[in-house]
Design a protein around this ligand. Sequence first.
Ligand SMILES: Cc1cc2nc3c(=O)[nH]c(=O)nc-3n(C[C@H](O)[C@H](O)[C@H](O)COP(=O)(O)OP(=O)(O)OC[C@H]3O[C@@H](n4cnc5c(N)ncnc54)[C@H](O)[C@@H]3O)c2cc1C
Length: 412
Amino acid sequence: MDFLLSEDQKRLQESVADFCDGEVAPGAEERDRTGTFPTALFGKLAGLGVPAIPHEPKYGGLGLGTFDMVIALEQIARVDQSLAVTTMVNAASGLTFARFASDLLKDGWLADVVSGHRICSLAGTEPQAGSDTAGSTTRARPTSDQGWSISGEKAFITNPGTDISSFTMVMAVTSPPDAQRKSFSLFHVPTGTPGYRIAPSYRKMGWRSSDTHPLFFDDCRVGPEAVIGEIGKGRLITHRGFQQARVFLGACSLGLAQGSLDHALAYAKSRPAFGATLGRLQLIQEMIAQMAVKIEAARMLVYRAAWLSDHGHATLKDLAAAKYYATEIGTECANLAVQVHGGWGFMDDCPPSRYLRDNRICTIGDGSSQIQMLLIARELGLDVAFGSEHSTDSYQNPDSPGGRNVDRPRKR
Ligand SMILES: Cc1cc2nc3c(=O)[nH]c(=O)nc-3n(C[C@H](O)[C@H](O)[C@H](O)COP(=O)(O)OP(=O)(O)OC[C@H]3O[C@@H](n4cnc5c(N)ncnc54)[C@H](O)[C@@H]3O)c2cc1C
């Protein structure tokens, strides 16, 4: 394993970092305050080629890997985790679509997502079923014209309600109501489809300039071509999307932790205290050193999971460990950065204050820290029960029946 970035990766890191320092950081606080989704800024990020990084050249992608996407996400999250999460949900959802949708669907819809002209989303969570995805009740019934009618409700979905939102992918029960075990399928639903309603956005603690909505489906009709992957495999495919998102979300927390350290360090060096600066105080030095060590440990886990993913060796445990540790230390580092900033750290327009609010969701969303612990315990051979197991799918991986390697090697 080689963690030295290639010359191309260094150039990618530098160009995204320069863009983020010059164009993303200056407006981040205002976007957070006003809850404004940055359509034009995302367009500029697309101009740099960021949404195209992990996709195949056939659809306009750069044909690079998870590791390259992680490098870019880390830099974006260093200054604005809201923009990073918009980008990462689009990448994880887009890759799920690219892996499992039919050529017909991909030919019609993928290029716009790859270019970043449009964004997409993955709708798994429901008001009564988050971690327990098998408890979902949104249902798709077959119609007489070979299509499907979807009815139900999704909660907390990222990316569906912007001017550039192209489509969502909805996980719905497709086994008959009296079936002994439930099975699910995943459906492509374009924005504007009759019966698909995007309710007003939530008021959130953080990620305020990212787009999050409840979604309602009321006899929403889609054709037979809307099924993504095999009928009955929708929960597995949705989990595959969540697994992909885990290493990306780890990168979002890693970048935020690095941004927290950068702010804390700069403040400690400049803030006068006791005849010198804060940075001369040993207990402040301890906080800074702790942050630095945790960030390096998280970077190793996230880079390793991304590298293993690109080489077809990532296990559920590798992804869970990277997601768990990076998201937990993201909150710890933002909290320490607030402490270093004293009273100023408590003010909304002090960046570490925003960082602390933003990262709070990262240990909850995309499989909470508790769920990652359970996955790791199960991979270590313990008998783990995941709440309701009343479904034909389980927390496994469609590419690998043993559920261990979650990626096939990438063709380079
Ligand atoms: C801003 C935001 C954006 C989101 N974006 C998306 C999206 O794009 N798509 C999507 O599908 N979802 C999305 N989500 C949903 C997110 O993934 C869920 O909130 C998350 O999976 C947790 O589910 P829940 O909220 O229902 O909590 P619950 O599952 O009810 O969990 C509540 C608590 O119980 C714990 N818990 C649950 N089960 C167990 C167990 N077996 N053992 C021990 N503890 C357990 C959890 O860790 C948590 O602390 C988003 C959420 C937010 C807030």
